[in-house]
Design a protein around this ligand. Sequence first.
Ligand SMILES: *Cc1c(COP(=O)(O)O)cnc(C)c1O
Length: 402
Amino acid sequence: MLSSKNYSGAAPLAIDGGVPVRDTLLPYNKPHVSEDECAAVVEVMRSGWLTTGPDIREFEQAFEAFTGARHAVAVSSGTAALHAAYAAIGIGPGDEVIVPAITFASTATAVMMCGGVPVIADVEPDTVQISCESVRQLISPATRAIAAVDYAGQPCHYEGLRAICDDCKIILLADACHALGADYHGQHVGTLADISAFSLHAVKPIAAGEGGMVTTDNPEWAARVRTFRNHGIATDHHARQRHGMHAYDVEHLGFNYRMTGMQGALALKQLERLPEMHEQRRNIAAIYDAAFADCTELALPRRHDGATHARHLYPILLRLGRLRVGRDTVFAALRAENIGVNVHYPPLHHHTLFRNAAHDGLKAADETYARLLSLPLFSSMNAEDAHDVIQAVEKVLRAYRR
Ligand SMILES: *Cc1c(COP(=O)(O)O)cnc(C)c1O
């Protein structure tokens, strides 16, 4: 059995009975909600507008101003945003959408919710983002769109993806759930693709608890998302009230994907604080970057030229050739040190639901997954927390060095 105990001269790992680097668990992520934000939520509750009311439109307008997108439509989750976006661009039975292998499942399940077929593309091993080369190989006459995931908060290689979409006359959709606030060659996330989906889940760049947003410059698609989130009813009940009407018509299949006023009020305040929260995340990431630059047992994902990074996640890539153990042992050892590491994400084709979508061209995804680990990163973390993480990573990797 491989054990760190035979390594002399270093503190024993917590997993082997040693003293952990931290007394209490540092989570991999946690939301920060200010007193001001709590007050804004209570104010909505007192106003009586509990569901989608004027606050939601105010939040959408702030989102439009922040991203530069012409239209922003708020929905109840990131998954609802993806479902609504796929529906708005017309994905239906038999239509194929190319998605990256390493992403959260709903990038792909939302395609299936429309009756479409997710086709899994490989990732670039150094950025963990969708590989343009793999996408080109998977284009078929049924391909309608590419879903680009701005993994960890870094915008994808949009130039390459746009060229493929132009060549093949297909739609570019961004799953931008990690990347609110980042930009690519000076252009904001939310305007880089034809249509973009965001999550406002508790641990995403801005938190509404649960929530989502769709952005697009296409007014028809935006109108479809508005209808889609409200049971397929084109007129909203404020308009009916204003015009003294009671009748309504269900025009299309829709869902109840509305955002509540409380969520909207919280998210609006968080959006105002986003630049500050980014700064805090970037400071922590810079501490990690400096500490790990010369670490021979791990590599950091490659950064694109001309792109800023939202620093939603801080993934590292273990150099397994230099270690005596695999990722899962490193993971368990770091957890024992009270460092809340995580893994984003198991490749889609490893899930039972997508097993039939596996193919030979997913080697980089499999190899990348085997060495992937996310370190704690959130806006209310301090430099001391970051140094605990660094100390634990160095302690564990030193013990398991080959
Ligand atoms: C969080 C996330 C989603 C889903 O968002 P929910 O708000 O949890 O439904 C989809 N895609 C990616 C890449 C995500 O990180």
